[in-house]
Design a protein around this ligand. Structure first.
Ligand code: FMN
Length: 323
């Protein structure tokens, strides 16, 4: 039994403000938060599930795992160590994580840097500069995933990208030919700047082109600028876990967020390509292509970014349950 320290309402709100900066598929923000006697509870919000794209809840758990890491970092930045339990109550499957602040904590420089990166991180769907990702950043990305119990594989160079590109294209093409999938995606693509959820068209990047190496989602409406071709040889990162249980998917979300914050802190940019994870046949092909027996959970493209467009979040009042 872990005894919780008292958490003021203001501190709780600050933690939630950091948590909601986590990524979520189509910016659906499928979470709720509760302060229960000083412990922070992260709940799935099934009313915001993506019924077509995410029938199993994989994407929801990735998003809520990422939010849990942000909450843990926010507590650390306040000088509080937290005990994190995933799926702490077998009778309440919507309760995905419980963070119990347990002791005063000397924030490490690494935690401070990751916490500071939360506000700066965003999905950058613009073309990256044709400059290589420095080796020290590659080592940091690998260590970030390992520190949170996940693995990453990094791929660059024509031969290995050709195989991954072919798999992402096949998955993308299957999803593009699915009318209900596309209708749901369109419903979450926003042209009104006042919307607080969904993906705003400017953040969606240029309209995908048939010859892009890695097909992106059709969130954007802007034609690519002349010469603004997509990275000919990006760094592709595949992140995965040992198994595919709900707890491992939450863990994948925690690790994904640590990888994304590490990329941001290293001055680099990233965006996600989850088509080959959402399509089971292509997910299996990806696993085999990587020569692995465990489970890919996300594909990222990483590079030296140009300025992009951050995506808004809903007000805290909409995601906080008063207990
Ligand atoms: C499980 C998951 C899958 C995602 N898949 C994609 C994707 O395939 N393409 C993409 O451009 N963004 C993808 N995203 C990123 C979200 O669109 C993004 O996080 C959301 O719009 C919020 O924007 P932000 O990341 O800039 O804060 C994914 C995010 C998550 C958590």
């Amino acid at each position: 039994m872990t005894t919780a320290l008292t958490l003021t309402d203001t501190a709780f709100r600050d933690v939630v403000a950091a948590a909601v900066r986590a990524p979520s598929l189509h910016n659906s923000q499928p979470w709720r938060f509760r302060n229960r006697n000083g412990t922070i509870e992260v709940y799935a919000d099934p009313t915001r599930s993506l019924l077509v794209a995410d029938p199993t809840g994989w994407a929801l758990r990735i998003a809520c795992g990422a939010a849990t890491l942000n909450a843990r970092l926010a507590l650390a930045a306040m000088g509080l160590a937290a005990h994190v339990r995933l799926l702490p109550d077998p009778d309440d499957p919507l309760l995905l994580a419980r963070l119990t602040p347990t002791a005063a904590w000397q924030t490490t420089p690494a935690e401070e840097a990751l916490f500071a990166a939360i506000e700066r991180r965003f999905s950058n769907r613009e073309p990256f500069h044709p400059a290589p990702v420095p080796v020290h950043a590659i080592v940091r990305i690998e260590n970030a995933a390992l520190a949170e119990g996940a693995w990453v594989e990094l791929h660059s160079g024509q031969a290995s990208l050709e195989v991954i590109s072919e798999i992402v294209r096949a998955a993308d093409s299957a999803l593009r030919s699915d009318g209900s999938y596309q209708a749901e995606l369109r419903a979450w693509t926003r042209s009104d700047r006042d919307d607080r959820d969904g993906v705003p068209a400017p953040a969606g990047g240029p309209v995908p082109q048939a010859d892009d190496l890695l097909p992106r989602r059709a969130y954007g409406s802007r034609e690519p600028s002349p010469g603004g071709d997509f990275d000919p040889e990006p760094l592709v990162v595949v992140l995965g876990t040992a198994a595919d249980s709900p707890a491992q998917q939450l863990q994948a979300g925690i690790a994904l967020q640590r990888v994304l914050l590490t990329i941001t802190d290293a001055g680099l940019a990233a965006s996600m390509l989850s088509q080959p994870i959402e399509n089971q046949a292509e997910r299996d092909r990806l696993r085999l292509a990587l020569g692995r027996s465990d489970v890919p959970q996300m594909v990222l493209r990483v590079g030296v970014g140009r300025p992009g467009f951050p995506t808004p979040r809903r007000d805290l009042a909409e995601v906080i349950d008063e207990s």
